[in-house]
Ligand binder design. Structure first.
Ligand code: GAR
Length: 214
């Protein structure tokens, strides 16, 4: 059984989607803990409602990123996990943290990477007049929102779209895409070696593409 920890900073709607997929038996994994850098993250309440262990490691309590990341490593290692799932975790990670979990560290980002790394991705896609937007799940490298992309869900942009409306539709796709990718790691279809994802035994040359009907 794949043992995972989920890192959050906020609402945790992706965490909820993962909790639901695990509880429903769709993903064969065990959530060993939920870690937040913010004590007021609503995702902590979601985790507690499910009876999951939680931890708060507040970045402001540490003198620098290295010390903060080392504290997170200690907590995560104590949970004995196979995979760290970043789900709206809004801190930049140090190379030491990324190296420690190399190949065991996933992120979801609300854009079709390599487009729109960083923040305000939905607004930037609208301002650019893009006809499609979406989200990406990737293994994490030391570069911000970098690392090999595993899968993307494409979301059409409507002519009259608002930032709120587009954000909501991308979020719905995130909730379908992220559990699916975790499920592949859990059932062995997805592996990572020598800096490269392998899917169903072959190197993944291009991210897998999805369009969800919702
Ligand atoms: C999600 O849209 C996720 O893609 C984004 O934060 C949101 C968290 O929502 N992550 C990033 O921007 C990371 N660069 P949630 O707390 O409701 O899951």
């Amino acid at each position: 059984m794949l043992k995972i920890a989920v890192l959050i900073s906020g609402s945790g709607s992706n965490l909820q989607a993962i909790i639901d997929a695990v509880a429903g038996g769709v993903v064969q994994a065990e959530i060993r803990g939920v870690l937040s850098n913010r004590a007021d993250a609503y995702g902590l309440t979601r985790a507690q409602q499910q009876g999951l262990p939680t931890a708060v490691i507040a970045h402001g309590d540490y003198p620098d990123r290295e010390a903060f990341d080392q504290a997170m490593i200690r907590q995560l290692d104590s949970w004995g996990i196979d995979l760290v799932v970043l789900a709206g975790f809004m801190r930049i990670l140090t190379p030491g943290f990324v190296q420690h979990f190399e190949g065991r560290l996933l992120n979801i980002h609300p854009s079709l990477l390599p487009k729109y790394k960083g923040l305000h991705t939905h607004r930037r896609a609208l301002e650019a007049g893009d006809s499609e937007h979406g989200c990406s799940v990737h293994f994490v490298s030391a570069e911000l929102d970098g690392g090999p992309v595993i899968a993307q869900a494409r979301v059409p942009v409507h002519p009259d779209d608002t930032e709120a409306g587009l954000t909501e539709r991308v979020h719905k796709s995130e909730h379908l895409l992220y559990p699916r990718v975790i499920g592949w790691l859990a059932d062995g279809s997805l592996e990572y070696g020598n800096g490269q994802p392998r899917f169903e035994g072959r190197p993944l040359a291009q991210p897998l593409q999805f369009v969800f009907d919702h």
